[in-house]
Design a binder for this molecule. Structure first.
Ligand SMILES: [Zn+2]
Length: 134
């Protein structure tokens, strides 16, 4: 259950007191939390996106390293000079895997943040339409 701090607007994973400042936590679905300025929510989306991006980048480093080490190990048993060629190629592939995931994570953060912003806009437009019909 995700909660938001009433005083510093830090998102907390449940609990009653903020882990950052010890302030009172609100349920994100509460009217009081919803009444917080849009800027707070936008900032939280950026934070969440950045945090998710960091996790993906971290996974990219591991995946790249594992791929590289695996390929180098495979190449070492080959006869020279193919073991050297294979080892270099293995390292290159590992670096490429890491680089691709790194770039994808950066793009993903922008998409996550943007798409959620657009979703919000669509919801707002729908609400405006509904109130205009009334
Ligand atoms: Zn706080």
């Amino acid at each position: 259950m995700v909660k938001i701090c009433a005083s510093c607007h830090e998102i907390n994973p449940g609990g009653y007191r903020c882990s950052m400042c010890g302030g009172e936590l609100l349920m994100v679905s509460d009217d009081e939390a919803q009444a917080l300025p849009e800027e707070v929510w936008r900032q939280q989306r950026v934070d969440y996106g950045a945090r998710r991006g960091m996790i993906v980048r971290f996974l990219g480093i591991i995946l790249g390293a594992v791929t590289g080490v695996f390929l180098v190990r495979e190449a070492i048993v080959l006869d020279g000079p193919w073991n050297l060629v294979g080892a270099i190629a293995g390292i290159a592939v590992g670096l490429t895997v890491w680089r691709l995931i790194y770039l994808a994570a950066g793009r993903g953060v922008r998409i996550w943040v943007l798409r959620k912003g657009q979703l919000h806009k669509r919801k707002l437009a729908r609400a405006m339409l509904a109130s205009a019909k009334r």
